[in-house]
Design a protein around this ligand. Sequence first.
Ligand SMILES: *Cc1c(COP(=O)(O)O)cnc(C)c1O
Length: 428
Amino acid sequence: MTLPGFRTDLSYANELDDADPLGSVRGQFVMPTDDAGNETLYLVGNSLGVPTRRSLEYVNNELTRWGSVGVRGHFESDLAWTTYQDTMAEQMAALVGASSDEVVIMNSLTVNLHLMLISFYDPTPKRHKILIEAHAFPSDHFAVESQIRQRGLDPTTSMVFVTPRDGEETLRNDDILAAIAEHGDELATILLPGVQYYTGQWLDMAAITAAGHAVGAKVGFDLAHAVGNVPVELDRWGVDFAAWCTYKYLNSGPGGVAGAFVNQRHLLDSSLPKLTGWWGTNKATRFQMINAFDAIPTAESWSLSCGPVLLFAALRGSLDVISDAGGLPAMRAKSVLQIEYMDRLIDDVLAGRIRSLTPRPIAERGCQFALEVIAPAADGRAVFEALEAANVSCDWRYPNVIRAAPVPLYNSFADIHRFVAILDELLP
Ligand SMILES: *Cc1c(COP(=O)(O)O)cnc(C)c1O
């Protein structure tokens, strides 16, 4: 326990906010409002983060520059569009525990999952299975299914699943490791989430990677709900590949540009299958228009197209705010306190009416709570709608969960207090 003298009154939340070193960061964000202009209680950064003022400024700068210098913008200034993403490489790499050579910012998440599976799912007659979770995010499921079909294989035999035990909502790490061992030398690739989108469970990525490698499989993670939320050490854990979107905890805006990671031991492997484009070839000769692919010796060789500069600019604004705030260590330190605070408020104020499916131990979760309404005579979906009507943004995920995430960059302890107080009033 890290919250001495815990109390349920608002003044305790205010005391925590007064002591919060990240308290002023909220001022760098534009918070949504309702139609009457009242600030929304925004707890849905797990789905779409809010814009930083800097993102608005940076995007506007590039639009203005486009209008003033036209095509010269590709090469002129420190922020030339052809190399714009280089300015963010270090920041992005730090968030996933990688070197900047191992990270590329491109496309969207599902596209990057496909590009990574092209390279890291190389089935043989014997070793042809991909292991994912039974309740994977649909896009991940579809990507895997279609990759298997694309190789002339059958998902009913080549796609294998880990699932929670009967009566349980979350996965047991031991069950995942047992499934990996069970499929053994038939397992080509493992694709699991860092943090599960529905329950908020943070998997033991290091142990899964080691177990996958022990049977000779490639191991990749979808970091959609992990990046900017929990500490990730892709390089140290030896993960083969990863992909993530940036519009959730990295606040890059709807449809923002995504990231991908390729472990350094694979970067120079020219035998890896790969889909290629002109943005992956040697920058020094790219514009000589020679049709001989000369792979950039970094993860950038997976790049296909000239980059979406307006999306880069939006992301860069947020990454600058994150860096100035002290990066993930500072965010996670606050998040750990917020998680405990919200747990204890739910225990004290909402016991018997709300249950959290998210694992309780801090090493198994990020900032997202998966809340189930268990109050007799209350309907979860109706409670969610009443929250929306009360100017609270969280989200509903079928079949039965209200997801709410206090995001340390812009949510206060008072926000958490208000959320629980509103639920207390709404619930019978
Ligand atoms: C958010 C999310 C996606 C969304 O994919 P896009 O390609 O960005 O639309 C996919 N997978 C997971 C696990 C997610 O959480």
